[in-house]
Design a protein around this ligand. Structure first.
Ligand SMILES: N[C@@H](CCC[C@H](N)C(=O)O)C(=O)O
Length: 275
C-alpha cells in the first residue's frame, strides 16, 4: 500500500504521492484510474514527489487525469512546497519541475508565494502551430475570439470577455483545448477584467477540464491582461475556488500568492490501479 495525501489549492485538487524514498511506478494508466472520481480517488492533478536534484528541495512530477504530463501546476507548487518546507522547518524551498526551478516562500496567514518563473511569449514557446503574434491569435468559437497566448512552462491561451457568466465554458473549452493551433493542446482561460486590479477567471484545463482554480492559468491571465493594457502588472485573479494575488515582475517572472490545504490522507494499492 502506498500512502497518499489529498491536497488542494482553492479547490484545485491533487493526490500527492511521495516517491522520494522508494520509486513508484506511476503510469499514465494508473493516473487515469486513480483520477476516476467514481471508481478511483479523483483529482485534477496527480502529483509525484521525487528525490531532490542538486539545487532544489524536491522534484515534482505532474500528471493530468487523462494521463498526460504537464510542465507546470501553480496550485500544486504551493502545496508541495508547503509539505517540504514544514518537514524541513524552512520558510523557503525550491520545487523543481520538468520546466524549471520554482522558489516558494511562506508568508503570514497560511499563504505561500511561488515564483512561477518567466512568462514565455514567443509563438514557439507556447507552442503554436506556426509563426504568429501571441498577443492576438486568429481563433474564434461561439461568443469568444482573439485570445492572447503565453507559456508558463505549460501552454495557455486567454480569451477576454465582457460577461463571463454568458460563456459556455464546458461546451467550447474542449474544442479550443484541441484546436490545431495548439500542437500540444492548451489550457484555455476565460477572463473578465473587472478593474485594472481585479480579474474574474474560469479555466478549462488541458487534460483535466473545468477546475475550481488554476495557478498557471492565473499567471498567464495577468501576463496577457497586462500585455493588452487591460490591467497593471499586479492584480487579484478571482477564480471559482477563490482569489490568487498575482504580480508580473519587471524581470518577467510571475509571482503567485495563495493558500494550501490538506483534505485527508489515506493509502492506495498502486499495483491494482496500474493493472
Ligand atoms: N492546475 C494547474 C495546471 C495543471 C496542468 C495543466 N492541466 C496542463 O496540462 O498544463 C495549475 O494550478 O497551474
Amino acid at each position: 500500500m502506498v500512502p497518499f495525501r489529498k491536497m488542494h489549492g482553492l479547490g484545485n485538487d491533487f493526490v500527492v504521492l511521495d516517491a522520494r524514498d522508494r520509486p513508484l511506478a506511476v503510469t499514465a494508466g494508473a493516473a487515469r484510474a486513480i483520477g476516476d472520481r467514481h471508481r478511483g480517488i479523483g483529482f485534477d492533478q496527480l502529483i509525484v514527489m521525487e528525490p531532490p536534484p542538486a539545487g532544489a528541495d524536491v522534484f515534482m512530477r505532474i500528471l493530468n487525469p487523462d494521463g498526460s504530463e504537464a510542465g507546470a501546476c501553480g496550485n500544486a507548487t504551493r502545496c508541495v512546497a508547503s509539505l517540504v518546507a514544514e518537514e524541513a522547518g524552512k520558510d523557503r524551498v525550491v520545487v523543481r519541475t520538468i520546466a524549471g526551478d520554482l522558489p516558494v516562500e511562506r508568508l503570514p496567514g497560511g499563504l505561500w508565494r511561488a515564483d512561477m518563473g518567466p512568462a514565455r511569449l514567443g509563438w514557439w514557446d507556447v507552442p503554436l502551430a506556426r509563426e504568429m503574434d501571441t498577443l492576438h491569435l486568429p481563433l474564434a468559437l461561439g461568443p469568444v475570439a482573439d485570445p492572447a497566448a503565453c507559456s508558463m512552462g505549460n501552454p495557455h491561451a486567454t480569451f477576454f470577455v465582457d460577461d463571463l457568466d454568458a460563456i459556455p465554458v464546458a461546451e467550447i473549452g474542449p474544442k479550443l483545448e484541441r484546436d490545431p493551433l495548439f500542437p500540444e493542446r492548451a489550457n484555455i482561460g476565460f477572463a473578465q477584467v473587472l478593474s485594472p486590479e481585479r480579474i474574474r477567471l474560469v479555466m478549462w484545463e488541458r487534460g483535466a477540464g473545468m477546475t475550481l482554480a488554476c495557478g498557471s492559468g492565473a499567471c498567464a491571465t495577468i501576463v496577457n491582461a497586462a500585455r493588452r493594457g487591460l490591467t497593471g502588472r499586479s492584480a487579484t485573479v478571482e477564480l471559482p475556488g477563490g482569489p490568487l494575488e498575482m504580480e508580473w515582475r519587471a524581470d518577467g517572472h510571475v509571482l503567485m500568492t495563495g493558500p494550501v490545504a490538506t483534505a485527508f490522507t489515506g493509502e492506495l494499492d498502486l499495483a491494482r490501479y496500474a493493472a
